[in-house]
Design a binder for this molecule. Structure first.
Ligand code: CA
Ligand code: CA
Ligand code: CA
Length: 165
């Protein structure tokens, strides 16, 4: 078999393993899901081992492993970060941010930086950038849930428990 063919088969095996482990089908592995897999496959692993693995592989710090993180591929957030970091200094300046998010006003960019620039450097480092991306995802998800629900009586002020799909 060709090298490419082997790689493809390997990827498919990983995909199958990932899907089988992802019990709640949310497209990512929680530490609990991974521990289940290890137990089923008879690997002698404990909670500490799992947490250690997640610390290494969870490169966007959301507490889960996406398929890319699971297989060690570059994640979407890493690609976005690299694309934005034009001068390659490892952080996103307001100017760099503005170039990509053209629809945002200066005020909105400043507000976002004030919120996510925890270290107060005036730039977003990779970790801060991840936090920002997660919060945006969360917001989009909430918005689409509200649109789907489309019930006039639905209270939007209360922050309900996140729904499981
Ligand atoms: Ca899952
Ligand atoms: Ca992750
Ligand atoms: Ca930069």
């Amino acid at each position: 078999m060709s090298k490419k063919g082997r790689e493809e088969r390997h990827m498919k095996e990983l995909r199958d393993a990932f899907d089988a482990a992802d019990k709640d089908k949310d497209g990512k592995l929680s530490p609990q899901e991974w521990l289940q897999v290890l137990k089923i496959t008879g690997v002698d692993a404990n909670w500490d081992d799992v947490q250690q693995l997640f610390r290494e592989k969870d490169r966007d710090f959301d507490g889960y492993l996406s398929f890319e993180e699971f297989t060690g591929q570059e994640t979407k957030i890493e690609m976005a970060f690299k694309a934005m970091d034009k001068d390659g200094d490892g952080s996103i300046s307001k100017q760099e941010f503005k170039k990509v998010c053209k629809s945002l006003t200066n005020e909105q960019v400043t507000a976002a930086f004030n919120k996510f620039d925890k270290e107060g450097t005036g730039k977003l480092n990779y970790r801060e950038f991840c936090t920002l991306m997660h919060s945006r995802k969360e917001k989009n998800r909430k918005k689409s849930e509200q649109e789907t629900a489309n019930t006039p009586n639905a209270s939007t002020s209360k922050s309900a428990e996140p729904k499981k799909n």
